[in-house]
Design a protein around this ligand. Structure first.
Ligand SMILES: Cc1cc2nc3c(=O)[nH]c(=O)nc-3n(C[C@H](O)[C@H](O)[C@H](O)COP(=O)(O)OP(=O)(O)OC[C@H]3O[C@@H](n4cnc5c(N)ncnc54)[C@H](O)[C@@H]3O)c2cc1C
Length: 414
């Protein structure tokens, strides 16, 4: 062991690796229940350089809002969020379209849009200000060993090597999870050959809190209502077009996007900075191994078009927080096999279904074959004409299908 290495004798109940949206939410959910919890994050909290908390617009489903309400952070998030009262799904240039409306579902909003940066600001502040949480940052996990009764975790902080121990190690370390990789957890993964160009744009007409999901043969486009009349743009382009689109100046970008989206909101006036994200789908075949749980993007990374990635991740948080806090309240071991198996079984079906549905949607709507196009238009039309089918779609979009954890029902953990 090097001279500048330290070892802590105390054993944490939980070590959460990753202070992204998912890791931070889990820390908030489990704080104050008498557990020793550490959050290890590679970036300095609140630093502008933290790539997770950038300017992308995140659509939070109604179910996610309910969870944040139960965690006591919603009032802060609401200050920086814009409600979605209607979702308009259409196939550009064809007849099919369907609308999902908040009033038809009996909810004030189908979801809320917030920038990742603003959401991160609320969550990270809550974590950092909480004296019950040990935030170790900037620090990276370099290695770990599941020793049976506990996990030994090696970290590196400012050139100093340290060793921590815990009963349960939670990998919330994102899509490129080093923990998942070093466990050799098998994954289902493919690249779409597409990138999402993300920015915000101001249309001439007010958005009236309508979100648009528009499928085009060249890939899907989403426009989400934001504050000050702006809209968040997620424009999917083929990888070979990405650099050309990023190189466009503001005027040329607006023209190109206008051709893709059409004039439903009038002429677009001004546009913000653009960023590109390569699109992949990844689903880990196991979400627990020994005393280690894998959650959020580390367990499943989705195409952003359906706006489901974080919404799925926060339901992992609600379910894991429930099984862990129940085990702790009974005086049990929070990292015991039975506890983690309960979590894995609970989440398995939904993680698989949402991942398959998002992928199916992307493939269905990017298929230019006439017969497929006709089918999807009839499908959208049928949705419009059949309220029960639309209701099921709306409940899915709101993240309210399947068995709901207590936090999703607005019920506190104890
Ligand atoms: C363009 C785009 C649009 C999207 N839109 C939506 C949307 O509308 N709705 C929605 O629900 N989702 C959306 N998503 C998905 C959403 O952004 C992700 O699901 C979410 O950010 C995942 O959070 P996470 O905490 O699991 O992972 P991450 O955000 O990747 O966080 C992982 C964290 O772990 C840290 N870390 C990694 N390795 C280590 C280590 N070894 N040691 C210490 N720390 C480490 C990283 O620094 C990072 O902070 C979108 C994604 C994209 C790309």
């Amino acid at each position: 062991m090097p001279a500048d290495a330290h070892t802590h004798d105390a054993v944490y109940d939980l070590i959460i690796v990753g202070g992204g949206m998912v890791g931070a939410s889990l820390a908030i959910a489990l704080s104050g229940r008498g557990m020793r919890i550490a959050v290890i994050e590679a970036h300095l909290p609140g630093a502008d350089t933290q790539p997770t908390y950038d300017d992308r617009g995140i659509a939070l489903a109604y179910g996610t809002q309910r969870i944040f309400e139960a965690l006591g952070v919603w009032s802060d998030i609401a200050q920086v969020a814009e409600p979605i009262r209607e979702i308009h799904v259409s196939d550009r240039g064809h007849f099919g379209a369907t609308r999902l409306r908040a009033d038809e579902e009996g909810v004030p909003a189908l979801g809320q849009v917030v920038t990742a940066r603003a959401l991160g600001g609320v969550l990270v502040r809550r974590v950092v200000d909480d004296p019950a949480l040990d935030v170790i940052a900037p620090a990276t996990v370099t290695d770990f060993v599941d020793e049976g009764g506990q996990v030994r975790v090696g970290i590196e902080r400012g050139g100093v090597v340290d060793t921590l121990r815990c009963r349960l190690l939670v990998a919330a370390d994102g899509g490129d999870s080093a923990i998942r990789a070093s466990l050799d957890v098998p994954v289902v993964q493919w690249q779409y050959g597409q990138s999402a160009i993300v920015t915000n744009i101001t249309p001439a007409r007010p958005h009236h809190n309508v979100a648009y999901e528009r499928f085009t043969d060249a890939g899907p486009v989403a426009l989400l209502p934001m504050s000050e009349g702006r809209c968040a743009v997620v424009w999917t382009v083929r990888d070979e077009q990405r650099d050309d689109v990023l190189a466009l100046d503001d005027t040329a970008f607006i023209d190109a996007f206008q051709r893709r989206f059409g004039f439903r909101l009038g002429r677009f006036q001004c546009v913000g900075r653009r960023a590109a994200y390569p699109l992949t789908l990844l689903r880990a075949r196991e979400s627990v191994r020994g005393r280690i749980a894998i959650i959020g993007n580390a367990a499943h990374t989705l195409h952003p078009i359906a706006g489901q990635g974080f919404n799925l991740g926060i339901r992992d948080v609600a379910a894991l927080a429930e099984v862990v806090s129940d085990a702790h309240a009974r005086g049990g071991d929070v990292g015991a096999t039975g506890v983690l198996e309960r979590y894995a079984q609970w989440r398995q079906a939904e993680q698989r279904n949402v991942s398959l549905a998002t992928d199916g949607l992307v493939r269905l709507f990017t298929n230019p074959l006439g017969v497929v196009r006709l089918g999807r238009n009839l499908g959208l039309l049928a949705m419009e004409l059949l309220p029960p089918a639309r209701h099921v779609l709306a409940r899915a979009a709101m993240g309210m299908l399947g068995r709901q954890p207590r936090l999703s029902r607005g019920v506190p953990l104890d």
